[in-house]
Ligand binder design. Sequence first.
Ligand SMILES: *[C@@H]1O[C@H](CO)[C@@H](O)[C@H](O)[C@H]1NC(C)=O
Length: 140
Amino acid sequence: MSPLCSLLLALALAAVPGIRGACPQPADLKNANGTRMCAKLYDKSDPYYERCCGGAELSVQPGTDMPYLPSGWGNVASSLVVGQRCDLVVWSSRGKAGKKHKFSTGTYPRLEEYRRGLFGDWSNSISSLYCRCPPAGPRP
Ligand SMILES: *[C@@H]1O[C@H](CO)[C@@H](O)[C@H](O)[C@H]1NC(C)=O
């Protein structure tokens, strides 16, 4: 995310705290039982950052390997959040084929801003994923 986008996002979040559909922060990505969630995908983004991360949600636990996404999730995700010290690797085709991209810890309200190849972007383009949260320690 560019510094400008981060700033705009921060301003949007500050201006409308707690509005429905606003993206959570990576540190807030937890399961109901308090354990860490690796990533969360959402089917709706929006030109307004505070309305991103809306619609259906797909919770991804650490260590999840999904060459095929659950029914209804192929080429659907438009916003996502990756938890602290976690990485989400995504592919544009089923079976981990096609284009590949790694999202590190962070909030990604508008996947249309992330380029996939020369002409595409990552909104409605995720077909496989792998999410991991390596144990704490030095990272390369
Ligand atoms: C906590 O909840 C998550 C999501 O439902 C589940 O995958 C995980 O196994 C649970 N962990 C514990 C310790 O109950």
